[in-house]
Design a binder for this molecule. Structure first.
Ligand code: ATP
Ligand code: MG
Length: 204
């Protein structure tokens, strides 16, 4: 089986994530995609992150009716922040017969040579780099080839319609009570509203 692993903070999950996962699945013929919400990642310690159980719940709601999509709380069960290499090692021993693919937006792929143990990751999984506006895949590929030549055979580049949508932008819209309709799955929007998730106004 071919299994896609899709990590992220998902604070909140949005259609950019769903489109990327679906088109990666289609392009590489993945049997399933497992969304893996992360603990507080090293590069996000600065800003406030929604509690793990809320982010997990949002992803569960987002993929509930999505064929072939699943959610794992593996990283959330780890004490402290988890590095992708540990996640990949764990899934690789959980699924020794299967082929693992790590799905990442181009912004993350640019940084891949600086991750912990990128070569080990490439031994255990192939990567699928997805279009993200502002991070041209071709440039990304050239840089990776320079920094990490062994990546060439293990990284696949999948162009998708550029969606200039990020959780950061959506958190701002939510805080300003602007509409996020069609940008976040409806059930997730309802959950956000019911729980006042991104509402920083004391008077509401
Ligand atoms: P934040 O603004 O908080 O960083 P984000 O929108 O970047 O949120 P993450 O949870 O950081 O979402 O991203 C999870 C994964 O999804 C990363 O690999 C990221 O590159 C990818 N991704 C997120 N948004 C998009 C998008 N619009 N198009 C393609 N890939 C995306
Ligand atoms: Mg991000």
């Amino acid at each position: 089986m071919k299994i896609g692993l899709f990590g992220g903070t998902f604070d909140p999950v949005h259609i950019g994530h769903l489109v990327a996962a679906r088109l990666a699945q289609e392009a590489m013929g993945l049997d399933r995609v497992i969304f893996i919400p992360s603990g507080v990642p090293p590069h996000k310690r600065e800003h406030h992150i929604s509690p793990a159980d809320r982010r997990l719940r949002m992803v569960e709601l987002a993929v509930a009716d999505e064929r072939g999509f699943q959610v794992s709380d593996w990283e959330l069960q780890q004490p402290g922040p988890s590095y992708t290499v540990h996640t990949v090692e764990s899934f690789s021993s959980q699924y020794p017969e299967d082929e693992l693919y790590l799905i990442v937006g181009a912004d993350m792929l640019y940084d891949f040579p600086n991750w912990q143990s990128p070569r080990r990751i490439l031994q255990l999984a192939q990567l699928i780099g997805m279009t993200r506006p502002g991070f041209p895949l071709a440039e990304c590929r050239a840089e990776l080839q320079q920094a990490l030549p062994e990546a060439e055979r293990r990284v696949h580049y999948v162009e998708m319609p550029g969606l200039e949508i990020s959780s950061t932008w959506l958190r701002e819209r939510l805080q300003h009570r602007q509409s996020v309709r069609h940008l976040i799955p409806e059930r997730v929007i309802r959950f956000i509203e019911e729980n006042g998730l991104y509402d920083r106004r004391a008077d509401s």
